[in-house]
Design a protein around this ligand. Structure first.
Ligand SMILES: *Cc1c(COP(=O)(O)O)cnc(C)c1O
Length: 410
């Protein structure tokens, strides 16, 4: 008899974006003529830049020849891309990493979800709240989170980040956490962490022998030069942190699939006997068994964003989205809404007016202005009373949505 992994049955069914789609479809059935604008989705809208397209065409043509054909590549990625990453993303910030510390992935979702496999099932995890749902759900699947009660998992330490604490999570009190997920710039709040605050987390991890899993998927959106773009800008981080990067938001790769994970050789975890096991070797072993590499064409595409033209072109697209963010912030604030984020991230996190719940505001906005936002509570209990707007739309549609919100507010 084949038995099910019961932990999958513990997963909460309500997948946020499916619920949103259901409500939007119900609205459309009742109002077939309405033109609904979504400021809710987390996907990009602008096409790939010319440097990337050119590199992909070239890579495809190579594959069409006997000499240029590539079959299985190295599981950890091609050196041409790993070298470009070291040279462009880390060396200019004074971070010296070894090429073997870079693992090319097929997106940060897979690796942030899979990395927990290397850790004993009863590690105690901590997450900032609200948060990208992948971190918790991937831990639920292996039975690490306990039971779900009152909108929370019993074996997860939730660290609230709200307007009340300035979106700066406090270090865990009481039982220390073993594994901490941090995401900066943050999805969904769009807020960032300063070097001083991040240093507290690195020191906490070093002191408690904890592991930090740091998601830097939005680092390309940071404009403030004082804000760290990598946790390795903090001394000691290479002993306690693994960092995930993605080209999805950096260069519109949501449909291409490529990113990378940094696993420094100095990061290790313990056995019950007190032996230290380096995660770098373990991750390589795991990847060689379960992953056959990101496609050659995708890796050539990623390499192209580090060319002088590529850099300029992806910056233009990021500026395009950040223009949206600036206009969204200005308009929403002028209407009296309390907004956060949007300055170093493509997300605006808005407090709902008059203590409305996230879902009531979502419905009011959908029916009143035909604009879709994302209910904050879908990202965790501390997201209640907030909604998220994304800056990934086109200028035209974003402006139109803002005009409608203005009219609706009168
Ligand atoms: C979009 C996003 C990612 C990137 O996922 P990919 O698999 O690389 O597309 C990772 N983390 C967060 C928090 C995100 O919002």
């Amino acid at each position: 008899m084949a038995l099910v992994n019961i932990h999958f049955q513990n997963l909460q069914n309500n997948y946020l974006f499916a619920d949103i789609a259901k409500k939007v479809n119900a609205f459309k059935v009742m109002h077939p003529k309405a033109d609904v604008i979504s400021l809710g989705i987390g996907d990009v809208t602008q096409p790939l830049c010319p440097a990337v397209i050119e590199a992909m065409h070239k890579a495809v043509d190579e594959m069409a020849t006997a000499e240029g054909f590539r079959g299985y590549g190295p599981e950890q990625g091609y050196d041409f891309l790993r070298e470009a990453i070291l040279k462009n993303d880390f060396l200019p910030r004074g971070i010296h990493l070894d090429i073997d510390e870079v693992f090319i992935n097929d997106g940060a979702k897979s690796d942030t979800g899979n990395f927990q496999e290397l850790l004993h099932w009863d590690n105690f995890i901590g997450v900032t709240d609200p948060i990208y749902p992948v971190y918790i759900d991937s831990n639920v699947m292996i039975g690490r989170c306990g039971t779900y009660r009152d909108d929370r998992w019993t074996n997860v330490r939730y660290l609230p980040t709200t307007a009340e604490n300035g979106f700066v999570p406090e270090l865990p009190k009481g039982r220390p956490v073993d594994v901490i997920y941090l995401c900066y710039p943050n999805n969904p709040t769009g807020t960032v962490i300063t070097k001083q605050e991040l240093r507290k987390w690195v020191n906490y991890a070093l002191k408690n022998d904890a592991l930090i899993l740091y998601d830097a998927a939005y680092q390309a959106y940071i404009r403030d030069p004082e804000i760290p773009r990598s946790i390795y800008e903090i001394r000691g981080a290479r002993k306690c942190a693994v960092e995930f990067h993605s080209y999805s938001k950096t260069a519109g790769f949501t449909g291409i699939r490529c990113g990378y994970t940094i696993v420094p050789k100095d990061v290790s975890v313990a056995t019950f006997e007190g032996e230290r096991i380096p995660l770098n070797q373990l991750w390589l072993r795991r990847q060689c068994t379960k992953f056959n590499g990101t496609s050659y064409v995708s890796q050539r595409a990623a390499e192209a964003i580090y060319s002088p033209e590529g850099k300029q072109q992806i910056k233009a697209t990021i500026d395009y989205y950040m223009d949206n963010a600036a206009r969204m912030l200005a308009t929403l604030r002028s209407l009296g809404y309390e907004c956060y984020g949007g300055e170093n991230a493509p997300y605006i996190w808005m407090r709902t007016p008059d203590g409305m719940s996230s879902w009531s505001f979502f419905e009011a906005l959908l029916y009143g202005a035909n604009v879709v936002c994302t209910p904050g509570v879908g990202f965790g209990p501390s997201g209640e009373g907030y909604v998220r707007f994304t800056a990934f739309g086109t200028h035209e549609r974003t402006n139109e949505a803002l005009e409608r919100i203005k009219v609706w507010n009168k």
